[in-house]
Design a protein around this ligand. Structure first.
Ligand code: PHE
Length: 344
């Protein structure tokens, strides 16, 4: 059957329309094409408008064919629009491409200095046992650093060789944290349990001694405190710090401000008491000084030694840190060489 004239014209119109659509390269161009092909003034619109002028018997067929063309054009426009959108998106992604697999810039996480970490750990252990933290001045008087702690006038620790005197001898840099015992007893009503961390100063310098180092003092004042309380507290502390298997040994010693006095040794943390370089073959390492607070100390702060009793202990933080991390030269702790510090 021969195609009607209308049919031929519409086939052409459809072919041209699809070609125009195919040519459009951007959404803007496609929008222009849409107006041109389907807009009010488009050939298709005009022909649809003109349907009414056709003889009635031709209208249904002509209408159906026109609609078919319009649908074909519309769907071609829609397809093209999605294709262009996808292409534009891909181009955008391509242009803004960055490689998410490249390693990021490292900011480097800092961490506490070994002395600070050990100090924090110790403070954690003792505050967990109910001790409160008290700090005292680093510049002291002879009164607080020595006299009220029952040091006799001619005690060798008072020597210029051992103590940093300042202000022509009117003041000194505290040689230990024990003067905080005096400040605390003057300021806090017993009973109390205190730890006093802080810097101390001594004229001393070699691989295990630094002129500035840190100590932690602990003391407990109450009625009926005995040596068993001291032993129990220190045992708990040593086991928390170095592990439950660590053994303790108390040796009699002397400090002017405690009576009786003792030094505490623990089984070597490196060789487990077999004997090694760290414990110099003895299997034991000295870690602190301790004792029952001397009645003369109570008297010097106006507490009645018949009523009040107490224990005290003190040790160097650097030494604890050195034992814990196996550091054999104390000066490494102060040089702040990042190659050293990064290891902890
Ligand atoms: N103050 C002493 C020292 O510097 C340590 C110590 C503190 C001893 C408390 C007994 C009681 O070595």
């Amino acid at each position: 059957m021969e195609k009607s004239d209308l049919r031929n014209e519409l086939d052409k119109l459809k072919a041209i329309s699809l070609a125009v659509i195919k040519e459009a390269g951007s959404t803007a161009e496609l929008e222009k094409a849409r107006v041109e092909l389907l807009g009010r003034k488009s050939e298709l619109a005009l022909r649809l408008k003109g349907l009414g002028k056709l003889p009635a018997d031709k209208r249904p067929e002509a209408g159906a064919e026109l609609n078919a063309v319009r649908e074909a054009v519309t769907s071609a426009l829609d397809d093209k629009l999605s294709a262009i959108r996808e292409k534009e998106l891909n181009e955008k992604l391509e242009n803004e491409l960055f490689d998410i697999t490249l390693p990021g810039r490292e900011t480097g996480m800092g961490h506490g200095h070994p002395v600070v970490s050990v100090m924090d750990e110790l403070i954690g252990i003792f505050t967990g046992l109910g001790f409160q933290v008290v700090e005292g001045p680093e510049v002291e008087t002879d009164e607080y650093n020595f006299k009220m702690l029952n040091f006799p006038d001619d005690h060798p620790a008072r020597d210029m060789q051992d103590t940093f005197y300042v202000q022509n001898g009117a003041r000194l840099l505290r040689t230990h944290t024990s003067p905080v015992q005096i400040h605390a007893m003057q300021n806090i009503k017993p009973p109390f349990a205190v730890i006093a961390p802080g810097r101390v100063f001594r004229l001393d310098s070699d691989v295990t001694h630094s002129p500035v180092f840190n100590q932690l003092e602990g003391f407990y004042v109450d009625r009926d405190v005995n040596f068993g309380h001291l032993k129990g507290t220190l045992e708990l502390f040593v086991h928390r710090l170095y592990g439950e298997d660590t053994k303790l040994r108390f040796r009699p010693s002397f400090f002017p401000f405690t009576e009786p006095s003792a030094e505490l040794d623990i089984s070597c943390v490196l060789c487990g008491a077999k004997g090694c370089r760290l414990c110099k073959g003895t299997g034991w390492m000295e870690i602190l000084g301790a004792g029952m607070i001397d009645p003369n100390v109570f008297t010097s702060v106006g507490l009645n030694p018949e009523e009040w009793t107490g224990f005290a202990f003190g040790f160097g933080i650097e030494r604890i840190a050195m034992l814990k991390y196996g550091i054999d030269d104390i000066r490494l702790l102060y040089e702040n060489d990042p190659r050293f510090l990064r290891q902890f």
